[in-house]
Design a binder for this molecule. Structure first.
Ligand SMILES: Nc1ncnc2c1ncn2[C@@H]1O[C@H](COP(=O)(O)OP(=O)(O)OP(=O)(O)O)[C@@H](O)[C@H]1O
Length: 887
């Protein structure tokens, strides 16, 4: 917005208003609810595309005012026919009212100055059953004007006006005035103080500081004053302050007063806070007080009250009788103790903990409805058909025979595949509270079982603590990453879990801190793991394993469009009216920025886009410059305006109100549609380049392997090179011993093969023996099946020595024996999904892996050629264009 550039029409419509002064620079939200206002808004604003200029003229009894009237107010809301009356700028008389049966006539005074305002946004409320609608307009005050002549006509007025703000040249001249410079400095200092005072309250103060730096001082004074409440008279006096020095002095005065009031409120709040923390520390100070009182021989009424309260709490906690008795015994000994005695506080804290445990409290169980579970699972997850069916089948068995324990599902799959979210959906369908316990790296049994009260750092275990936190004894507890819990030796968390998941034993779970049995049989346990192989077989026996496959790019696209984007928009307070992420962009994000089996990174990248738009909206300066064709717009509303007496609710929006906030209550801007440029701006340069594989295998000596890692299937480039030396083998790429051995086997096999083909390869064989070989395996994710790199290692070496390039569309996996036999490998499904992800078209697998293909989605299989190999020669035959180079 540039006030200097505002050109006002010489005549236009004004809306007299009794309760509002729009200060230039202020953004004001107004609700229009009465029929005549609504009709005018519909005609002049709602049905037009362009934003309109409207304005406000305060009604007042001031000397500087113009008398207007009589103006008719239809008692039934209809606009009445009537004559016109012309009034020149003159001193007014006091307001008067005349009632004539149906219509109310009024003569009133309008202030002779007003502010031109522009409608930034307009929103229509939901239609009521009576057909009544309401509108909310957000307007921005632009510049001051003075009224030369005012004509009352029906419920509206037309004014002949002229601008009153200082011109640019006048302002520049005023800027040289030393008094003005001093005032401007003082204004900025006061405004800064205000921002600092508000800093703890509002996150947006950074934006306000930026305003202070960038907006010219004459606007700032208006904007700041408009941001807090001042009286109607003070608003009028701001409106009248055309002279910059006067305006700044007034602004300083009002801001300073506002600052004082903030400080007073802060002081009061601080006093309240002190009182609050006093009551918290009462609990801790009480024992000391008791000791002091004892010394002084005072009575102990307060403590007795506290003990009585604790006793009542214990009684009503619903503990089993034997535990109740133990608690009472402990309470009795506590009463006998002196507060300064060792063990007093720990006993008090323990009894409080015992009394607060939900011994019998359960959340209202919705009962097991298979339909509800299915509905929740489908509502929250795309696909996963097999897993969903397995869940329903297991639950159906339990429903038919409730004596069978509730199944402990263990969802197994790669990160971001939806394991946790399936558990959350089941908990929601059952109406149970949900506790998430991560077992990753848990080594100490005390983490699950707690630590004795007698020990330093005594505490309850994670299970009991979680149950106390949710306040019910029948939650769903998710044991996350159960495959990472470590070994099953004596006194490890794994052994404790074994007991927890045993329904004969968990009725009396013994948390060491609690030191009394707690019934966990109402808890529903579920678990997640990345791989079944790492779960202890004993634990595995107690669970129903449900494996989740990785997603294909097509599935990811659907998940993103139908689930992730709506969720991410919602989390950032946006909707499709603000941000649209087309399918093509989602595909690019998947291809260029993520290479995962699940959708976690995809979701994070989409969230980054949403965050960028949210920030952009928040920082956008909504004070945009005036429409060029303002004359035309303003004249179009010359004849019809919002009626005086309208039911108007006015709210001044804060200084740093952003367009997101405006648009959340009003009509929206056109949405941001993410394109490739924006993608790179927000997410940075692509992490994975299209055509990456072709680039890698462009030179001989490189092959593409398929490996299995903690994060799912991955492709792995094997690069081999040779240099003069003694025939040594050098390996790089953070490799473990298994891969090193595979490399040694691969080199031996290649050398033997080359030796067998002496004639054709004489020269190359010599080269091999007199050269050091360096093999590098691309890092990224560390492979968990080192042996399966064997075939890719051989292929890279054959490519190096034959100087033939490996096919860029082919990836290989398989375990090779020293004699070149190919054996089955693990993780075929994930490896094939990885190949599909990278756009590979041919995959060479060991013959023994045929049955693993059942697990691979048929759409993926259809897009790939699967080739089975029995011998290393078969692989070489397929890996090179035109067949094995050494045949
Ligand atoms: N099929 C799906 N449909 C919709 N959203 C999904 C689907 N799969 C995963 N998601 C979403 O992806 C995100 C990551 O899923 P979740 O946290 O459940 O992964 P996880 O398998 O538990 O991963 P980790 O092993 O790392 O804990 C969540 O927001 C989840 O809702």
């Amino acid at each position: 917005m540039a006030m200097e550039s505002v050109e006002l029409p010489s005549r236009w419509g004004v809306r007299p208003s009794r309760n509002e002064v729009v200060i230039a620079g202020a953004v004001v939200q107004i609700g229009c609810t009465d029929p005549s206002s609504v009709k005018l808004v519909e005609q002049e604003l709602w049905q037009r595309e362009e934003k309109q200029l409207i304005d406000i003229l305060p009604v007042c009894d001031e000397a500087e005012s113009i008398m207007v009237g009589p103006v008719l107010y239809p008692s039934n809301g209809a606009v009445a026919e009537h004559g016109e009356r012309n009034l020149k700028n003159q001193s007014g008389i006091s307001d008067s009212h005349k009632l004539d049966g149906k219509n109310q006539q009024e003569v009133f005074h309008c202030h002779n100055r007003g502010v031109a305002a522009r409608a930034l946004n307009l929103s229509r409320g939901a239609e009521e059953p009576s057909g009544r609608v309401t509108y909310t307009i957000v307007r921005e005050g632009l510049c001051r004007f003075i009224v030369q002549e005012l004509t009352a006509r029906g419920t509206s007025c037309t004014a002949r006006i002229s601008p009153v703000d200082m011109t640019k040249a006048e302002m520049e001249q005023a800027g040289q005035d030393p008094d003005f410079i001093a005032l401007a400095r003082q204004f900025k200092a006061t405004a800064m103080e205000l921002i600092s005072a508000l800093e703890q309250k509002q996150k947006t103060s950074r934006r306000t500081k930026v305003l202070l730096e960038t907006i010219s001082i004459h606007k700032l004074s208006d904007i700041f004053v408009a941001s807090f409440e001042i009286s109607f008279q003070e608003q009028l006096s701001m409106l009248n302050s055309v002279d910059l020095k006067v305006r700044l002095s007034k602004a300083i005065e009002y801001i300073d007063r506002h600052l004082q009031s903030i400080r007073v409120v802060k002081k009061i709040l601080k006093a309240v806070e002190v009182q609050l923390s006093m009551s918290q520390s009462k609990f801790l100070l009480r024992p000391q007080m008791r000791a002091i009182k004892e010394k002084l021989g005072d009575n102990d009424d307060d403590d007795e009250d506290d003990m009585a309260a604790l006793k009542t709490k214990i009684q009503s906690a619903g503990m089993p009788p034997d535990i109740w008795e133990r608690a009472h015994r402990e309470l009795r000994s506590l009463k006998m103790m002196k507060p300064q005695q060792p063990g007093y506080s720990s006993s008090l804290v323990y009894l409080e903990f015992l009394a607060n445990l939900p011994w019998q409290k359960i959340s209202e169980d919705h009962g097991l409805s298979l339909r509800a579970v299915k509905m929740h699972l489908d509502r929250d997850h795309y696909g996963l058909v097999k897993a969903k069916q397995q869940i329903i089948d297991c639950l159906a068995v339990h429903k038919l025979n409730p004596d069978i324990r509730f199944p402990v599902f263990c969802f197994v799959g790669l990160p971001g595949i939806g394991k946790t979210s399936l558990v959350a959906s089941i908990a929601a369908a059952l109406g149970r509270k949900f506790i998430h316990i991560s077992l990753r790296g848990m080594k100490d049994e005390a983490d699950i079982r707690g630590r004795w009260r007698a020990y330093m750092g005594s505490r309850p275990g994670r299970l009991i603590d979680g149950i106390k936190r949710v306040g019910v004894c029948n939650p769903v507890i998710l044991l996350d990453d159960i495959d990472k819990i470590g070994s099953m030796s004596v006194e490890t968390p794994a052994v404790v879990l074994l007991k927890v998941l045993d329904f004969k034993q968990n009725k009396a779970f013994n948390d060491r801190y609690l030191n009394v049995p707690f019934d966990l049989s109402k808890v529903i346990f579920m678990a997640t793991a990345n791989e079944v192989q790492s779960i202890s077989p004993l634990l595995l026996k107690r669970m129903e394993v449900i494996e989740l496959p990785g997603y294909t790019p097509e599935e990811k696209l659907k998940i993103a469009m139908q689930y992730l984007i709506p969720r991410v928009l919602d989390q950032h307070g946006l909707s499709s009216e603000f941000l649209q992420i087309p399918e093509g962009i989602v595909k690019l994000v998947t291809r260029r920025y993520t290479r995962e089996a699940g959708v976690r990174n995809l979701e994070q990248n989409l969230a980054a886009l949403a965050r960028a738009v949210a920030v952009r909206l928040a920082e956008q300066d909504h004070a945009t410059s005036l429409h060029k064709d303002m004359h035309q717009l303003s004249s179009s509303i010359l004849e019809s305006r919002l009626a005086e007496g309208a039911e108007v609710e006015m709210k001044v929006l804060p200084i740093d109100v952003d367009s997101q906030e405006i648009s959340s209550t009003t009509r929206l801007h056109s949405p941001v549609v993410v394109d490739e440029d924006m993608l790179e701006n927000v997410l940075g340069p692509p992490r994975f380049v299209d055509g990456e594989i072709a680039d890698h295998v462009a030179t001989p000596g490189v092959s593409v392997g398929l490996v299995w890692t903690e994060y799912g299937g991955e492709i792995q480039f094997v690069e081999a090179t040779a240099m003069t030396g003694k025939g040594d083998l050098c390996l790089t790429g953070q490799l473990d011993d298994v891969i090193k051995e595979s490399a040694q086997i691969a080199l031996t096999w290649v050398r033997v093969m080359a030796a067998d083909m002496k004639l054709a390869l004489d020269e190359k064989t010599n080269l091999m023996e007199s050269r050091d070989i360096h093999i590098h395996l691309s890092a990224g994710a560390v492979p968990k099946d080192g042996l399966s790199a064997g075939v890719a290692l051989v292929t890279a070496l054959v490519s190096l020595f034959s100087k033939r390039r490996v096919r860029a569309d082919t990836a290989i996996t398989g375990k090779m024996t020293l004699r070149g036999l190919i054996l089955p490998v693990e993780g075929i499904k994930d490896k094939i999904l990885a190949a599909h992800r990278y756009g590979i078209k041919r995959v060479i697998l060991p013959e023994g892996n045929l049955k693993d293909l059942v697990e691979v989605p048929s759409a993926v299989l259809a897009s790939l050629k699967i080739i089975f190999a029995k011998q290393m020669e078969d692989i070489l035959e397929e890996a090179f264009e035109g067949g094995c180079p050494w045949r």
